[in-house]
Design a protein around this ligand. Structure first.
Ligand SMILES: O=P(O)(O)OC[C@@]1(O)O[C@H](CO)[C@@H](O)[C@@H]1O
Length: 393
């Protein structure tokens, strides 16, 4: 096997330095809007309100402050943040700074403290509202129609629902973006993906809770029930992150909502509960899920898990950034090249909501860039991309 190329040394890393750019807007528009929403949703006291305001100021104008030595994850962040502490936030890589912002947001909300906010998921009011919203009820009802489809059509529908479910991301909606149900696929390797799903261990790295997680769980149920997976390992976040990212308790909430509904939903929810009991579905919450790093820097145990999987399915935009590297790749850079380090077959199911794009054919890339330069952040397009070790030979 020839040596994999490491093209990420060539594409510029994305930072928040340029006023008006997408990453700059995340820090200067999206984060203030998020904090306003948090303060409306939860009755935080003076100390937390001041801490949120201080975090906003620091992250927009100052140097990155380190965690205090009492923090439970101090050691971890000494490693993850050693290059960044004491330097301006705006000069950090966007992936790093955004991730650290969410870590510090939990701290500002008292999540790690010894007061009444300890362990409280500050995004829970939004997550619960989503589970109670008409759109979620509509998604549950749509499962009956999906169930009635012929096999091939049903698989296509399950996959597309999981892909476009990624638009139901509270970070995206807080930024005032529209979440139309579907747009166009800029790359579609779905046939290759189905070929890989041949009855082995499948790892699904989940993204958002609520509507996206529902679609992902329904897909997982199908993989198990149809023998397309022998076992599924579902990776979620160990703590609240990026607003609506799923944690283990969000999975349980979603299952509850399914089993409490009518029609196909309770049957699917019941099968998933049974699969958890039988260990055919394993729920994992690895600390690396909230790391400010790309998968290139994954720890050994995760590498082993991905290597042992017949395919790892990465959901969502942030996972795509972490997989490909948070860089301004020419969009025709082969997906297999940027994921050459990955220890097994990998598939990305993602609506495009940030600037990182790879694996497009020349014509599609040219047409998209010419039609609307903001297509990368508007959520109008999605990709289904697959790379296997064979592609790298
Ligand atoms: O990973 P997800 O939930 O699909 O998307 C996360 C996201 O909303 O956050 C980032 C900007 O804040 C973007 O990469 C992306 O739009």
């Amino acid at each position: 096997m020839s040596q994999p190329t490491v093209p990420d040394r060539e594409a510029p890393s994305i930072t928040c330095d340029e006023p008006g750019s997408f990453p700059w807007q995340v820090f200067h528009v999206r984060h203030p809007a998020l904090i306003r929403r948090l303060l409306e949703a939860l009755p935080y006291g003076q100390a937390e309100r001041q801490a949120f305001a201080a975090l906003l100021r620091e992250s927009q104008h100052d140097q990155v402050a380190a965690l205090s030595p009492e923090a439970p994850d101090f050691e971890l962040w000494q490693v993850w943040g050693k290059e960044q502490y004491g330097r301006p936030w705006r000069q950090q890589g966007f992936l790093w700074s955004e991730s650290y912002f969410y870590r510090r947001l939990l701290q500002a909300g008292g999540y790690f403290g010894d007061g009444g906010w300890r362990g409280v998921d500050l995004f829970a009011p939004f997550k619960h509202a989503e589970l109670d919203a008409p759109a979620f009820t509509g998604d549950l009802a749509a499962l009956d129609r999906q169930h009635a489809l012929a096999d091939g059509e049903r698989e296509r529908s399950l996959l597309m629902t999981a892909v476009w479910g990624n638009l139901a991301d509270l970070g995206f909606t807080i930024a005032g973006k529209e979440t139309g149900d579907t747009g166009a696929l800029a790359a579609d390797d779905s046939d290759r993906l189905w070929k890989l799903l041949d009855g082995g261990l499948v790892t699904v790295v989940a993204d958002n809770s609520g509507r996206e997680l529902l679609a992902d769980l329904v897909l997982v149920d199908h993989l198990l029930a149809a023998g397309r997976a022998r076992e599924v390992s579902l990776l979620v976040k160990p703590q609240p992150y990026y607003i609506s990212d799923a944690t283990p308790s969000d999975v349980l909430d979603c299952l509850d909502r399914m089993t409490g509904a009518a029609g196909a939903a309770p049957r699917i929810g019941g099968r998933l509960r049974q699969a958890l009991r039988d260990d055919r579905l394993r729920l994992r919450a690895h600390p690396f899920g909230c790391a400010p790093l790309g998968y290139r820097d994954m720890p050994g145990d995760l590498r082993e898990e991905f290597a042992a999987s017949t395919v790892t399915i990465m959901k969502g935009d942030l996972n795509y950034r972490r997989l490909a590297g948070d860089r301004l790749w020419p969009p025709t850079t082969p997906f297999a090249e940027v994921t050459a380090y990955f220890p097994g077959p990998v598939a990305a199911l993602r609506t495009v909501k940030s600037e990182v794009v790879t694996g497009l054919d020349r014509r599609t890339a040219a047409e998209l860039e010419a039609a609307d330069p903001s297509w990368r952040t508007s959520g109008t397009h999605a990709v289904i991309q697959v790379a296997t070790p064979r592609d790298r030979e």
